[in-house]
Design a binder for this molecule. Structure first.
Ligand code: FMN
Ligand code: SF4
Length: 475
């Protein structure tokens, strides 16, 4: 590995694009780079809307809602900064559709008594963008509707809602074989809950709704419910029923008329068959996009226009989903290889469905060269829009800088340190600890102080074995 410009630890070390290109060649990775960032400024036409450029901010759950699930000052501050950044598509983070679907007590939760608070959030995004870029600049807003399923927490404690058993994930969460599965009736009712949330999203003024089916949450879990009995498990038709029925319901509903239909969808779970989606039955572990592509076609036929494609499970194998330099464990591949998997496989879907607006991911790790890598993907038809997750909270102005200065500022980019993810998994509330330090560094320091004192307490109560156990928490 030493012959590559990345260090032997696989961390980002590139001083210029030539070094990055040399590694890509040496490693036989298919990532494309383009110096011409103008492709990122191209508007994207949808059926009834125009996305003003090809850059998207991806959903980043911040755990900053109040007890009622409404956006707080902290939420509004975050989206105001994002809106000022100039991305054409602003994909609002995971919002729970129901109390028992919340990932923690501080997750946003959209319901009848607080839709006006969400309207204020959407209005702020639109107004900020107009004030910054002129009256004609109208970024498209998509709200992500979710049930967090096995990652539902109450008072900071896991309270998993599961649809099927998944040995590796169950073991990690301490879910035993007696833990009940949600019933078909529960899932039938949940369809109506998603529909209500979509209606409220429309009332709140969002341009579109994302029926979320990624990262191991409930609708994602159902896609690989090969071993579940009943109407929602087993066959492809049954496993995709929940998602397709919700999409159909929203599509046909008069109160949802005009909403753009979108989904953030896994194309590969990186869990062994038959407990993973997008995984080869023959090998049990390799990527097989046959079913994700079948589902893409069905969703397109139903009018879904925007697809934020993604992979993996951030709670279990975060390097697949958000390649990093520092994190809870050292992956068995270099981060640049994880990025390539995302870009290549998402590209394979975009190339099969050129009419779909696929929002790609896998760029934040490239730091000051992320825009050139994104431009390479867009110009090669590997995605029509480039999406940025961590970059959106580290460097909310990344889109403006890419489009107006043709460059990202090395001193502002995300450094893939995983501190935001660590905050999310341990306290719920998170943001960029490094680049938005005034707000989030104190939270991180407080967490570390608590951990240190808990560890000191533990050590004081234990015999000295002369060894330390590494934290198993995955973030
Ligand atoms: C702290 C944190 C919160 C996230 N919240 C969400 C979320 O609400 N919904 C979602 O679909 N993805 C979420 N993601 C995943 C990101 O949208 C994105 O897919 C991931 O960070 C990889 O993209 P990047 O390399 O540009 O960061 C989150 C990621 C992080 C680190
Ligand atoms: S804390 Fe900031 S710099 Fe670190 S990974 Fe998160 S967004 Fe990037």
């Amino acid at each position: 590995m030493a012959k590559f410009n990345q260090t032997s630890l696989g961390k980002f070390q590139y001083k210029d694009l030539e070094q990055l290109e040399a590694d890509l060649q040496e490693l036989h990775l298919s990532i494309q780079i383009s110096d011409d960032l103008s492709v990122l400024g191209r508007p994207i036409s949808l059926k009834n809307h125009v996305i003003p450029n090809s850059l998207a901010t991806l959903p980043m759950e911040g755990g900053d809602a109040d007890a009622n699930g409404s956006p707080t000052e902290m939420t509004l501050r975050k989206y105001e900064k994002i809106a000022r950044g100039g991305a054409g598509l602003i994909w609002v983070e995971a919002v729970s559709v129901t109390k028992d679907g919340r990932s923690n007590d501080k997750q946003l939760w959209l319901k009848e008594d607080n839709w006006e608070d969400f309207k204020a959030l959407n209005d702020l995004i639109k107004k900020t963008a107009r004030e910054t870029y002129g009256p004609d600049f109208n970024p498209i807003t998509i709200i992500q509707l979710n049930h967090s399923g096995r990652y539902h927490k109450v008072n900071g404690k896991p309270s998993p809602v599961i649809a099927t058993r998944k040995q590796r994930l169950d073991d990690r969460l301490g879910i035993d074989h007696t833990h009940p599965l949600v019933t078909d009736d529960y899932l039938d009712e949940l369809q109506a809950t998603f529909l209500s949330a979509a209606r409220l999203s429309r009332k709140a003024g969002f341009d579109g709704v994302d029926i979320k089916a990624c990262h191991g949450y409930l609708l994602c879990e159902l896609l690989s419910a090969f071993e579940r009995d009943g109407r929602y498990g087993g066959s492809f038709e049954n496993r995709t029923r929940m998602m397709l029925d919700v999409v159909d319901a929203v599509k046909k509903d008069a109160q949802c008329e005009g909403l753009i239909l979108a989904t953030r969808m896994n194309i590969y779970d990186a869990q062994p068959y038959p407990q993973g989606w997008g995984v080869s039955e023959a090998s049990g572990s390799d990527i097989d996009l046959t079913e994700p592509k079948q589902l893409m076609q069905l969703l397109l036929d139903r009018g879904v226009e925007i697809f934020g494609l993604t992979m993996g499970n951030p709670y279990f194998i975060p390097h697949i989903n958000k390649p990093y330099d520092m994190g809870a464990y050292v992956p068995d591949e270099m981060a640049i290889e994880s990025c390539e998997r995302l870009i290549r496989e998402i590209g394979s879907i975009q190339q099969d469905f050129p009419q779909a607006v696929v929002v790609g991911v896998g760029y934040s790790w490239f730091r000051q060269f992320a825009a050139q890598v994104a431009a390479g993907s867009v110009s090669q038809g590997l995605c029509r829009m480039a999406g940025f997750g961590r970059e959106a909270i580290a460097y909310p102005d990344f889109a403006r800088d890419a489009l107006t200065h043709q460059a990202l500022d090395r001193t502002k980019v995300c450094i893939s340190c995983s501190k935001c993810s660590e905050l999310k998994s341990k306290i719920g509330t998170c943001g960029c600890v490094v680049r938005d330090a005034d707000v989030y560094l104190p939270l991180y320091k407080e967490l570390k102080a608590k951990e240190a004192s808990a560890q000191a307490g533990e050590t004081a109560g234990q015999p000295d074995t002369g060894s330390q156990t590494a934290s198993k928490e995955v973030r």
